[in-house]
Design a protein around this ligand. Sequence first.
Ligand code: ADP
Length: 188
Amino acid sequence: MGLRLIFLGPQGSGKGTQASRLARLMGVPHISTGEMLRQAVADGTELGKKADAIMQAGDLVLDDLVVAMVGERLSQNDAACGYILDGFPRNVAQAKALDEVLETPLDGLVQLDVPHEELMKRMLLRAEQEGRADDTEEGISRRLAIYWEETAPLSDYYRETDRQVFAVDGLGGIDEVFSRVALALAVE
Ligand code: ADP
């Protein structure tokens, strides 16, 4: 199994946690567009200024801005032998743009499956614990709606274009889910 992977999963699926753990195990960078954008907002960069209000509303930042940010990140040395992308692509337009900028094609996609009710429960708990600006009930619902509408169809896009798609059950503890991810990718 190659090391160029996308992690796909709805908000609250544990995607960030699992992606970061897998990246550590495989010795490749974990690239989270949500984290990069939050950092840009905190640093007050041009990109951050454009993204701030959009993120707070739970909407997607413009494809062109995010694609440029990811393209730049993937051109850095540490991503030369692989990476785990988390939070990107989020729609088919971004997936196509990614295919165009990549010199070495993606190896595949890991998709974490968690039922909607469980997601709302986990997200509201996270909102209490972390107090992220976009973790209001409205923001969460908005992000989940966008996920089902625009992001979930990505697994079909990747299947149709002959990439491997590994669907993993995301219910259970962090270790339990990680074992499933590792088993699916045969990296244990
Ligand atoms: P969550 O998975 O909880 O939505 P993220 O940290 O992945 O959290 O993303 C937070 C916000 O950053 C998103 O709601 C969106 O506004 C913005 N964002 C992150 N990745 C992308 C992307 N690929 N395209 C557009 N906007 C993005």
